[in-house]
Design a protein around this ligand. Sequence first.
Ligand SMILES: [Zn+2]
Length: 136
Amino acid sequence: MPKPIPVPDQLSKPFWDACNERRLVVQNCTACNRKQYPPQQTCAACGSAAHLEWRQVKGRGHILSYLVIRDSRLRPVQADQPINMALITLDEEPQLNFLSNLPGTPVNKVTVGAAVEVVFDRVSPTQLIHEWRVVG
Ligand SMILES: [Zn+2]
């Protein structure tokens, strides 16, 4: 499936730059010691913009839930339907979730609770993106 190529902006550029170094980073608020993803201009808990920094996470998680997309209106997706859409929970920060198509896992073969790890796929000559694969 052709994957969307991110267009980094001022807010998301550090995230995408880290992907290019095969590192997964999330925002960390040093005022309230809370992490958040996806990137936001301010901390969703305390509202601070000045205390947000980037922190690397291990990139291990598990499948919290999933659904199968069979009738997407997004044209690039249609040719490959049905596709998985899984909700990934980060093991070290369970309040953080990511979405994944679970490359390598056939539709209807998704196991809720299965362990996953982040991998990085090249979507353009200059950009890697994060994806999640089932471990083992
Ligand atoms: Zn905060």
